[in-house]
Write a protein that binds this ligand. Structure first.
Ligand SMILES: *Cc1c(COP(=O)(O)O)cnc(C)c1O
Length: 393
């Protein structure tokens, strides 16, 4: 049986897979099983932040795995402690970290923090968490309910109580009541359509929540780890959240999630845990990713790469205003709104034909999440493919 047949026979059909099997990669380049070459503007959905087959990450992992892969959180784990320091220092916030294995799991941790905070703080139990319409917070039963998309709340109920959805950022404050313990937001909605929130509105809300002693929890699973040009989108928005979650770009492809908070004494031993979370493999990878990206940030390479990608995207957008209605996003988290959903689907499949891997977000957004290490040549080749893809519409 070939791979496609094996997958069909033995893997549950939860994904609408494209008909392609990649076999190797190098930075923003991919090769499929037929030897066809691609430029990857998707990075495995913002995960492969430092490119495919990154030598520094691979060397660090191999060296670590020749000693230890896993011992459990019953004992100290050196790279976990080291990467926690790197993450906290890069954030600029006075926080501590908990290590999980995915974005949804990091958000579960955030929700547990909010609920314990609500339990302790004040007379009545506060348990409500406000999230936004069109948000995406994960696929576990709780994070699917935290996700403000009605179409995702099928089949799996009863769900945990206490999630409230605001139509937009301006609407959040009016939903805060005596039972509200937290607000959870993506500053740039990813799956919802590369939708940055208004900075002034976010700052105003942050101030209001502080005055009400309601936690501000920022889901940076997609926006975090320099995706927007700063370590956190929260840094870009110049706010001081109480809780931040990270995952996608942090491990360079190795599964890892983090929930970090200013509430350093809230959890005590036994309140939360994970068998795999923060083991030698994932935190060694994350240490190296943090080193690579903080060096690129310091020597301005990161900003130069973002500026170049943005200028080429602008040219592409300007050349195809009959197809695209606006350009959206921040840093290397960007997109183009497409005139209709059908055209968007065609662009994604044409692009693959022409050798560029791109993503959809929401109904009408072409989403681009290239590796933060993408080279000029790779950017140029990718846009050449994209130009061919839209010309053949
Ligand atoms: C991808 C994503 C998640 C879920 O992460 P998983 O690792 O798939 O569990 C949660 N929040 C945001 C904003 C995301 O982009």
């Amino acid at each position: 049986m070939n791979i496609k047949e094996l997958d069909k026979k033995y893997v549950l059909p939860t994904y609408a897979r494209a008909d392609v099997e990649f076999v190797s990669g190098d930075n923003a380049r991919l090769v499929d099983s037929e030897g066809k070459k691609y430029i990857d503007f998707a990075s495995g959905i913002a995960v492969v932040s430092v490119g495919h087959a990154n030598k520094r990450v691979n060397n660090a992992i191999c060296k670590q795995l020749s000693n230890l892969t896993h011992t459990s959180n019953l004992y100290y784990i050196a790279p976990q402690a080291r990467v926690a320091k790197k993450i906290v220092e890069a954030s600029g916030y006075d926080m501590k970290c908990f290590f999980a294995n995915s974005g949804a799991e990091a958000n579960e941790g955030a929700i547990k923090i909010a609920r314990k905070f609500g339990e302790r703080d004040g007379e009545i139990k506060r348990y409500k968490v406000i999230t936004l319409q069109h948000s995406f917070h994960g696929r576990t039963i709780t994070t699917v309910k935290a996700t403000g998309q009605e179409k995702m709340h099928n089949y799996f109920g009863p769900y945990p109580d206490g999630f409230v959805y605001a139509d937009n950022i301006e609407h959040v404050a009016s939903l805060v009541d005596d039972h509200t313990c937290a607000v959870m937001l993506e500053l740039v909605q990813g799956e919802g359509g590369v939708e940055p929130l208004d900075k002034v509105a976010v700052q105003k809300l942050a101030k209001f929540l502080k005055s009400k002693s309601v936690l501000l929890m920022i889901d940076e699973v997609q926006t975090g780890v320099y995706r927007t040009g700063k370590f956190l989108a929260s840094n870009y928005y110049e706010i001081e959240p109480d809780v931040v979650t990270l995952a996608k770009g942090l491990g360079g492809g190795v599964p890892i999630g983090v929930v970090m908070t200013t509430l350093k004494e809230l959890f005590s031993a036994g309140d939360h845990g994970s068998t795999f979370g923060g083991n030698f493999l994932s935190t060694t990878a994350a240490c190296e990713v943090m080193d690579i990206l903080s060096e690129m940030d310091e020597n301005r390479e990161l900003q130069k790469g973002i500026d170049y990608f943005d200028s080429e995207l602008e040219k592409f957008y300007a050349a195809h205003k009959d197809i695209f209605t606006s350009k959206v996003g921040i840093g290397m988290m960007c997109g183009l709104r497409v005139r209709d959903a059908d055209t968007l689907n065609k662009i994604v499949s044409n692009a693959r034909e022409e050798g560029a891997i791109v993503l959809k977000a929401g109904r009408d957004t072409l989403r681009l999440l290239p590796a933060l290490t993408i080279t000029k040549e790779e950017v140029d080749e990718g846009f050449e493919s994209l130009n061919r893809a839209v010309s053949s519409l």
